[in-house]
Design a protein around this ligand. Structure first.
Ligand code: MN
Length: 347
């Protein structure tokens, strides 16, 4: 039997002498003999198949201990062992791929949601109006929360609108995702609804609010208070009135102008604390953009002031000037009801 020097064997096996020395050092492929005088490693040509197999297994990143097992097995069992190894790797990669996708998603949203680069300037005001002798409207504007609520007439209604907004002010959104933000808002509104029902006097209130976390805005809405958005020069209504006349318009039984002048136009189909069933709040998730201007208001404004006037007020540079202008506009229209309005400029 003609033994090969490490150089010749390496060439024959298409490996480097360095790789062969490594396989020797970990006991995978000891040379057939070591020259007692020179210390040179000598290899049997029959070892070429094993050397190539080791190299192939290392290219698929099989751990050395498993390579040793594969080398010790007869061919069919060795094939099964390699197949089993690869199935394990593939399964692990699939799991990793899911984790990577999740992580990439989190990281790409992180900047957007978690870093609070938006600035919100805001103003809130309520006014009794020219006709009523009490004010049951409530309004709040803060960095994270914008809210208006229109309580039914009487002290219980004033307490209800204040309680609805207080419940949202207390809400500390967790670090969860958008769905968590909405869920927290829904739970808070549900609790207010239940607590109002529990008083026995059934005080009720509308509620329209935007809860912000970073650029995420969670919108909650019950009743006929409204949220508007001025974006890109377009004023859009973000909420649908929960009123009897609105239902009639939807069913084609009233025209929008008939609804606007209808004596029952203030009749609500949904309100917090009202009716035998827990209230169903409208919930939506929105994204705030720099340049957005939001208006939240009670029907004391939206029922009497033209949309064009709302729009003009939102064009004013300062939120404080906008709410002043809006209340003036309601007075110019007779201010028959309490007025609540909140204006927020996002930049
Ligand atoms: Mn009202």
């Amino acid at each position: 039997m003609q033994l090969l020097t490490i150089g010749a064997f390496a060439r024959a096996a298409r490996l480097t002498p360095k790789a062969l020395r490594l396989y020797d050092s970990v006991g995978l492929l000891p040379p057939a003999a070591v020259d007692p005088e020179t210390g040179y490693r000598l290899y049997d040509p029959a070892q070429i198949a094993d050397a190539r197999l080791i190299a192939a297994l290392r290219r698929i990143e099989m751990p050395l201990a498993e390579i040793r097992t594969v080398l010790s097995l007869p061919a069919p069992a060795a094939a099964e062992a390699v197949d089993a190894f690869w199935r394990r790797v593939a399964a692990g990669n699939a799991t990793r791929a899911e984790q990577v996708a999740l992580l990439v998603g989190q990281l790409s949203r992180r900047d957007h949601i978690m870093s609070d680069t938006l600035t919100v300037r805001h103003a809130a005001r309520t006014d009794t109006g020219a006709v009523r002798d009490s004010n049951e409207d409530a309004a709040y504007a803060g960095d994270r929360l914008l809210a208006v609520a229109d309580g039914m007439r009487g002290p219980a209604g004033a307490a209800a609108s204040a309680a609805a907004i207080e419940a949202l002010k207390r809400l500390e959104p967790s670090a969860g995702g958008a769905a968590a933000l909405l869920a927290e808002l829904a739970v808070a509104v549900d609790e207010v609804d239940r607590s109002l029902r529990g008083t026995g006097t059934d005080p009720c209130t509308t509620l329209t609010a935007l809860l912000r976390r970073g650029s995420q805005l969670a919108l909650v809405h019950v009743g006929d208070t409204r949220a508007y958005l001025l974006r890109g020069g377009e004023l859009s209504l973000l909420t649908q009135d929960h009123t009897w006349v609105r239902d009639q318009v939807d069913h084609g039984r009233l025209s929008p102008s008939e609804a606007a002048g209808h004596p029952q136009r203030a009749l609500l189909t949904r309100a917090l604390g009202a009716g035998p069933q827990p209230v169903e709040a409208d919930l939506a998730l929105r994204t705030a953009l720099p340049g957005d201007r939001y208006l939240l208001c009670s029907d004391g404004l939206s029922a009497v002031v033209e949309r064009a006037s709302l729009r003009e007020a939102l064009d004013l540079a300062e939120p404080e000037a906008a709410v002043r202008r809006l209340i003036e506009a309601a007075y110019e229209a007779g201010a028959p009801d309490n007025i609540a309005c909140v204006v927020a400029h996002v930049s």
